[in-house]
Design a protein around this ligand. Structure first.
Ligand code: HEC
Length: 138
């Protein structure tokens, strides 16, 4: 008898926990603190470089699209299960940030935004991804 009460209590708590999580709205991440050495970083590839729509696009689709969506709108299949909003890469406010700021957020990350320093090793490939994100501007 006691075990079934415990079991019922457990199931009840589990249901409460799940519903609370589902109803919890995604919160916007607060402002990022970007170290000065990253802020000043400059792209190693030229604007309009051919690698942007090849390597940049492929790397983005492989590593970023699942959360950020194909156009950076934050509508990738994994986005709904995140607690934090992934932002909107097409927004003017987002695009107004420096290359170095985008670089830090993209490859160092924080919390639910994964670190990609060990997954995307080549510096020029990283800048091609940033270049590709730049094409998502509205
Ligand atoms: C597992 C899901 C996930 C993947 C995969 C992912 N991101 Fe993110 N990304 C997030 C989340 C969540 C945030 C918001 C984090 C925060 O504000 O704390 C974010 C934030 C960002 C931001 C800052 C957005 C803003 O509006 O300030 C950039 C830039 C970014 N990601 C780039 C990338 C790039 C580039 C890749 C691929 C190399 C990538 N992300 C892969 C989840 C992801």
């Amino acid at each position: 008898m006691k075990t079934s009460i415990k079991l019922a209590a457990f199931i009840f708590t589990a249901i409460l926990f799940v519903t609370a999580n589902i109803s919890m709205a995604q919160k916007a991440g607060g402002p990022w603190t970007i170290p000065a050495n990253y802020k000043a970083k400059k792209s190693t590839i030229k604007a309009g470089d051919a690698s942007i729509n090849t390597v940049g696009k492929e790397t983005y689709n492989k590593h970023c699209k699942s959360c950020h969506g194909s156009k950076g709108l934050g509508d990738g299949p994994k986005a709904a299960s995140l607690k934090t909003s992934t932002g909107d890469f097409s927004a003017a406010k987002f695009q107004a940030q420096t290359d170095g700021e985008l670089y830090y957020m993209s490859f160092v990350g924080r919390d639910e935004m994964p670190n990609f320093e060990k997954k995307i090793l080549d510096e020029a490939d990283r800048w091609a991804v940033i270049g590709y994100i730049r094409t998502m501007k509205k």
